[in-house]
Design a protein around this ligand. Structure first.
Ligand SMILES: O=C(O)CCC(=O)C(=O)O
Ligand SMILES: [Fe+2]
Length: 313
């Protein structure tokens, strides 16, 4: 992979291989060199694979920051994270670094930035420095998690909305000495959005659980006890291995996930080793619930696993 003539050649769709990593979620993509541009056809194949497998993995992508940004932009406009650390000179590149002095904290099931009115479509994360061992990331198929719920819970949550907040980041602001006025500015800029508890995916029409332990505060219109108990039950869905895939990173591995269809959990088991990653994030649309939208057929759907123990009475 040479950088000098990096954008001279183009990836063609015919070379792409897609290797599933579990029955419903995760596929390794081969045949692409992301230091080269994607043709329109190749972009369409990757987009379709993302919709089908919810998270795509790429290996050995020794690419520049420009290449990383160019790949992300093939799928939409990129966001700037208001609280995270941007890479110097590249505000759309979020630097996620952990070491002895800064242990990983993304070890909580979540979908990114659901405290935004328009949470991201997806993220493209590239590992820049891998620990010797550990530091895997798990992804959970939230369509399968929804499909695996007992009918009475589905009936209770369909059409409901939940309130989201950036509470963890607000605590971080306060720790770093932000004034009340500064915090109030962020509160005004990112007012608590209400998103559907069950989200209809805008491209597949499939239904996914769209509450997460990191950013969801409460289900609107329920008393607190009832809302807390129901949220706990929904959060538990992401934790079942039947809905998951686990990715072991190496330097220059990339994961591209659909934030509307899956949640992720970065295992924080490598401390005090160093792990360093860079993320570009594609802006998404306003989440909605539409009971009538007809889901598209995919080979990876629907979830056909055994009934989970949690559903047995
Ligand atoms: O470091 C990782 O593997 C994932 C961290 C994370 O939650 C993210 O990049 O959104
Ligand atoms: Fe995340």
């Amino acid at each position: 992979m040479t950088v000098a003539n990096a954008r001279a050649s183009v990836n063609d769709a015919s070379a792409i291989t897609i290797t599933p990593q579990s029955p419903t979620i995760g596929a390794v993509i081969g045949g692409l060199d992301l230091s080269c541009d994607l043709s329109d056809d190749a972009t369409a194949v990757i987009r379709a694979a993302l919709l089908e497998w919810k998270v795509l993995f790429f290996r050995d992508q020794d690419i520049t920051t420009e290449d990383h940004l160019a790949f992300g932009r093939r799928f939409g406009e990129l966001e700037i994270h208001p609280f995270g650390q941007g890479k110097s000179g590249h505000p759309e590149v979020l630097a996620i670094q952990h070491d002895e002095d800064s242990p990983g904290y993304e070890n909580i099931w979540h979908s990114d930035v659901t405290w935004r009115l328009q949470p991201s479509l997806g993220s493209v994360l590239r590992l820049v420095e891998a620990p010797d061992i550990g530091g895997d990331t798990l992804f959970a198929d939230m369509y399968a998690a929804y499909e695996g719920l007992p009918n009475d819970i589905k009936e209770t949550i369909d059409g409901r909305v939940a309130r989201h907040d950036f509470a963890g980041f607000r605590r971080g602001l306060r720790r770093r000495g932000a004034t009340d006025e500064e915090v109030a500015e962020f509160d005004a800029k990112y007012p608590n959005p209400e998103h559907p508890v069950v989200r209809t995916h805008p491209e597949t029409g499939r239904k996914a659980i769209y509450v997460n332990r990191a950013f969801t505060e409460e289900i609107v219109g329920m008393d607190k006890e009832e809302s807390d108990a129901l949220l706990e039950r929904l959060y538990a869905q992401a934790s079942f291995p039947e809905y998951q895939v686990r990715f072991s990173w190496a330097k220059n591995s990339i994961a591209f996930w659909d934030n509307r269809a899956c949640q992720h959990y970065a295992v924080s088991d490598y401390w005090p080793q160093r792990r360093s990653a860079e993320r570009v994030t594609v802006i998404g649309d306003t989440p909605y619930y539409d009971a009538e939208q007809i889901p598209v057929e995919t080979t990876a759907s629907p979830f056909r696993g055994a009934i989970l123990r949690a559903n047995r009475s």
